[in-house]
Write a protein that binds this ligand. Structure first.
Ligand code: SF4
Length: 405
């Protein structure tokens, strides 16, 4: 009898519902009359091998990742059950999602999942991976990894300890065995409970999930992983500000309050608070402090204040706080503030402190305040096409972000 190429795949009764192994020998056995009985034995052998050699791809993003690492260490020692951790999806059988998954990360997780060969499994480790946990309603976090990829085993906890992960892997082994044997039965879900545990977008396995959701996620993942290949600055952005070495001033250390009063005309210096400095003097003050030995930029932080009405009426405004410090023994810190109107730009400090580059980008990303002269004022935390600035008071924390949340 001629063997078709590829041979027609016939499912054995015991394997109904289970994904078929795709080994050439297996296909040959299935297609040859009289030999298909051996396929059952071969299937059992392959299933035994696959469930006792579950190689893990660690999708570890936050605190739960530490527990995952501990599970691979000597005390719990996942190796003894054939489970080793591989830092490549192409040689892994099970993705362990350990930690919070953000909207920006979700497309990458999906792209990595797609690179894992079949058969593949997923374990959601910890409350964040299961449901988003505390961050479930936050603009940047997806409400569970099962809204992106199918999950086989949930390991609850915050965090689950290494033993709990091992327990999850043992449950996965049982599930693989039962699935291959055709005896796996999905647990019945309590409909009343589902009304409270249902994520804001349907899980991958939910029967009423809109099928276009998965297509949109795949397209989004392709876009996200294809568009970040270069770190090129956007066209039209100014040339990188030359970092100007500031000549050290060897004069004795000066009190910061005296300095801003005498040299920068600040008269109101409230006790225990950083003084307000004119925006036009921001860079000059930073340069002066740098000359006096304040070598480290500690922070650049912008706060947004929404307009208030009533007895405490106040217009909308922004406030930028900046701090620098001397390094070494007896370190001193100098901090000041700028008051900003909506839409007012701040001159960049990149030419004085190289570290201002990413700090200013972060503040721009989250609050929308622009830094004039910054060489690369792009978003740094949120995706490039994100709408709005999440740390503005008028930004709704539970803003939806299709197709991820
Ligand atoms: S579940 Fe808890 S321990 Fe795990 S990543 Fe979330 S906050 Fe951290």
């Amino acid at each position: 009898m001629a063997v078709t190429d590829p041979p027609e795949r016939r499912a054995l009764p015991v394997l109904a519902g289970a994904p078929a192994f795709d080994a050439p020998l297996y296909r040959t056995l299935l297609s040859a009359p009289g030999l298909s009985v051996l396929a059952g034995a071969l299937d059992e052998l392959l299933a035994w091998g696959s469930r006792n050699a579950l190689w893990v791809f660690p999708m570890a993003t936050s605190c739960c990742g530490i527990e995952l690492m501990a599970a691979a260490a000597s005390r719990v020692d996942l190796d003894r059950m054939g489970t080793i951790v591989r830092a490549t999806p192409r040689q892994a059988d099970v993705m362990v999602v350990a930690g919070t998954i953000t909207v920006k990360m979700a497309p990458r997780v999906k792209a990595l999942w797609e690179q894992m060969p079949e058969p593949r499994w997923c374990i959601a480790m910890g409350s964040c991976a299961i449901s988003g946990d505390f961050y479930r309603n936050l603009y940047s976090v997806i409400p569970g990894i099962d809204t992106v990829i199918p999950v086989d085993v949930y390991v609850p906890g915050c965090p689950p300890n290494p033993e709990a992960l091992m327990h999850g892997l043992l449950r996965l082994q049982e599930k693989i065995k039962a699935t291959r044997a055709g005896t796996f039965a999905a647990p019945e879900l309590n409909p009343a409970l589902l009304t409270t545990t249902r994520p804001s977008i349907a899980r991958v396995v939910d029967a009423d999930r809109d099928p276009t959701q998965s297509d949109q996620q795949t397209a989004s993942a392709d876009h996200a992983t294809a568009s970040d290949k270069t770190d090129a600055r956007p066209e039209g952005s100014p040339e990188p500000a030359a970092y100007e070495a500031v000549a050290p001033d060897a004069s004795p250390a000066r009190d910061f309050a005296d300095l801003v009063r005498d040299e920068f005309g600040v008269t109101d210096i409230p006790a225990g608070m950083a003084p307000l400095v004119e925006t036009a003097k921001h860079v000059a003050l930073a340069r002066r402090l740098r000359a006096l030995g304040y070598k480290q930029l500690v922070y650049v932080v912008v706060s947004h204040y929404a307009a208030k009405t009533g007895a405490r009426a106040a217009p909308e405004r922004f406030e930028l706080a900046c701090a620098v410090r001397t390094v070494g023994e007896g370190s001193r810190v100098a901090a000041w503030r700028l008051a900003l109107e909506p839409g007012e730009a701040v001159p960049t400090l990149v030419g004085v402190y190289a570290g201002a580059d990413w700090q200013e980008r972060e503040q721009y990303d989250l609050t929308g305040v622009r830094f004039a002269g910054h060489p690369d004022l792009r978003r740094i935390m949120m995706p490039e096409d994100w709408v709005g600035h999440p740390l503005r008071k008028d930004y709704a924390a539970d803003t939806a972000c299709p197709p991820w949340r």
